[in-house]
Design a protein around this ligand. Structure first.
Ligand code: JCQ
Length: 267
């Protein structure tokens, strides 16, 4: 069972490099995944293979016409295909969506260019995905993000344990990791990690993941049912955070200065 991905783009050259490298490159070389990049202009209209036009009602820029997209999807679709439009107005990509897509047989990723797509294109696809609240010049980089997130979940692409243990599988941010040297620029390594007590290491890592998630992404904890042990860790950390805010706190916690302070984007 191999996952097939067709990418529809006006800039096929943007996809090749990243897919040749690292985990995607190896998964493709092993035949676990097939990625075909197709030039949308193959389905362009007329002698000039036109794919875009000015917006009805006026305004700046050009809009992707529906016919090339419709014809391309007609050519590539089969029973069991899922067509995805990359779009900042789409559903935000999450690990659970990547998991869903990794279980499909055939994925078609449509990469828009220009100021957007004719609204009727939306009726031609199965879902619309965003990779974040910013505008890209086109959908290619967004499609690469989807492909990367999906490929590493295909069985055999990476060591199974790494995707199971992974933070987002558990709905938490990652715990801190350390490697050699034991002291770097005066900064040591937590003693528990060199204690040889595997149970203590596992408990510490889980507590650190909870603390970090509370400080940096409290929204992730709101949608998570905590065990009594987890509750205790989170309550203690919340008390520590309150202490830091009330002013008597001196020094920096490990997570200070690295993440969001208010949750409001000042831009
Ligand atoms: C995806 N976050 C940003 C670019 C217009 C559908 O209209 C457009 C789509 C794109 C490509 O997608 C993104 C994106 N997630 O820019 C312009």
């Amino acid at each position: 069972m191999t996952l097939e991905i067709d990418v529809l783009t006006l800039f096929p050259g943007m996809l090749a490099g990243p897919l040749d490298e690292s985990i995607p490159g190896r998964a493709i070389a092993r035949g676990l995944v097939t990625v075909r990049v197709r030039d949308l202009r193959e389905w362009g209209i007329g002698r000039h293979r036109s794919v875009d036009d000015a917006p009805y009602g006026g305004g700046a820029g050009m809009v992707l016409r529906p016919e090339p997209v419709g014809d391309a999807l007609d050519a590539l679709r089969r029973p069991g295909s899922t067509a995805v439009l990359m779009d900042p107005a789409g559903e935000p990509l999450r690990q659970s969506i990547a998991r869903e897509l990794a279980g499909l047989e055939h994925l078609i990723l449509l990469c828009p260019r220009y100021e957007g797509v004719d609204e009727r294109v939306r009726s031609l696809v199965d879902r619309e995905l965003s990779i974040g609240d910013y505008v890209l010049s086109g959908g290619e980089l967004a499609a690469l993000v989807v492909i990367d997130a999906v490929i590493r979940l295909v069985p055999g692409a990476i060591e199974e344990a790494s995707t199971v243990e992974e933070s987002f599988s558990q709905g938490l941010l990652e715990y801190p990791q350390y490697t050699r040297p034991a002291v770097y620029r005066g900064m040591g390594v937590p003693d528990v990690l060199t204690s040889g007590d595997h149970g203590a290491v596992a408990r510490w890592r889980h507590a650190e993941a909870l603390r970090r998630t509370l400080r940096r992404r409290p929204d992730l904890l709101e949608v998570r049912q905590l065990t009594p042990d987890e509750r205790r860790v989170v309550d203690a950390e919340r008390a520590a955070i309150d202490g830091e805010r009330s002013g008597d706190h001196v020094g920096r916690s490990a997570d200070e200065g690295a993440g969001r302070r208010s949750g409001v984007d000042p831009a």
